[in-house]
Design a protein around this ligand. Structure first.
Ligand SMILES: Cc1cc2nc3c(=O)[nH]c(=O)nc-3n(C[C@H](O)[C@H](O)[C@H](O)COP(=O)(O)O)c2cc1C
Length: 330
């Protein structure tokens, strides 16, 4: 399949694996890229420029295909060494950066001068327009369904994607709630040039996380996510568990007086315990509503091949059959 995104990124299939804290290591990024999509290493999981440089080198040992690095700009006091992270991305010859969180304008000139393509992930059309105006090459439009941070507007992709298509000139991928060929074909119909998946790639053979995390996603339904940290205007969609329910009770009890320190036990530093040690109840971890559509743990190659084959059938048989009036064979 050829779209503006496959052309821009030099990939075979219009499928991106979004940055995921303590998940987006070289193993997963390389597996996605080797399967023809775009794999992404999560920059802040590495934390320091030295460690990120090492992870980029490891990924290059595992794939000769393009892959990206996610840079999440956090609203915290102790800022990571972003200039250093950008430097090793450029020196490492990385071709694509997925930015998220705050506006990446400070680092765009350096990235663009080095020929790095920048995809800004955002949850509102106005933010995507801003990304376009400062020179980002593409947007990843993340609907309310998404795992992680859906923003505060709560606009699902059935509305957000056509809105983005009406406004944007740069290409964009659909993100949030994407799992299969139906997601891809629907996204293309709504104006996207491909799709970005997080939770779906978490439940793959190559995702370097504890088996308990993958099983928790398999067992979850679309009813099992919760929105936490809304009172702090830092909303995150997570899989429910006792720690999350405790956190939500604190939010109800403390109301507008709540501060980050009140919920630190449930959110700060919990990812290694969950992703590496498999203690899935240790705190709040991002997960999309799309868990309700995930029923297996394929390899990235199997997953991407299946999506592309089924997308082909959906378009050529079901949709074309309907259009031609010959019936829906698929
Ligand atoms: C476990 C997990 C960790 C994530 N960590 C990050 C992150 O560090 N930075 C980021 O930009 N997005 C992060 N995301 C969001 C994903 O990149 C992606 O945008 C999102 O998962 C899309 O929604 P979906 O889960 O419905 O596919 C994370 C998502 C998950 C599930």
């Amino acid at each position: 399949m050829k779209t503006r995104i496959t052309e821009l990124l030099g990939i075979v299939h219009p499928i991106i694996q979004g940055g995921m804290h303590y998940v987006g290591y070289a193993e997963l990024a390389a597996a996605v890229s080797n399967a023809g999509g775009l794999g992404i290493i999560t920059g802040l999981t590495q934390g320091t420029p030295e460690k990120l440089a090492n992870e980029i080198a490891r990924c290059k040992d595992m794939t000769d295909k393009p892959f990206g690095v996610n840079l999440t700009f956090l609203p915290i006091l102790n800022q990571p060494d972003y200039p250093g992270l950008v430097r090793v991305i450029i020196e490492g010859g990385v071709k694509v950066v997925e930015t998220a969180g705050n506006n990446p304008s400070e680092y765009l000139p350096a990235l663009k001068d080095a020929g790095v393509k920048v995809i800004h992930k955002c949850t509102a059309v106005r933010h995507a327009l801003k990304a376009q105006s400062i020179g980002c090459d593409a947007a990843s439009v993340d609907g309310f369904e998404c795992g992680g941070h859906p923003g505060e507007d709560d606009i699902p992709n059935m509305i957000l994607l056509p809105r983005a298509a009406d406004e944007l000139e740069i290409p964009f991928v659909a993100s949030g709630g994407m799992a299969d060929a139906r997601s891809l074909v629907a996204s293309l119909a709504m104006g996207a040039e491909g799709m970005n998946m997080g939770t779906r790639f978490l439940a793959t053979k190559e995702a370097p996380v504890h088996e308990n995390v993958k099983q928790a996603i398999l067992q979850a339904t679309e009813l099992d996510t919760r929105l936490v940290m809304r009172p702090l205007r830092n909303t995150e969609r997570v899989l429910t568990n006792p720690a999350v329910e405790r956190l939500l009770q604190k939010e109800r009890d403390l109301g507008a007086n709540i501060g980050f320190e009140d919920i630190a036990a449930e959110v700060a530093g919990v990812y290694p315990k969950i992703m590496q040690q498999g203690d899935v109840d240790a705190g709040a971890w991002s997960c999309g509503m799309v868990a309700g559509l995930i029923n297996d743990i394929p390899s990235c190659q199997e997953l991407i091949d299946r999506i592309m084959n089924e997308a082909d059938q959906l378009i050529a048989q079901r949709l074309e059959g309907m259009r031609a009036g010959t019936g829906t064979a698929a």
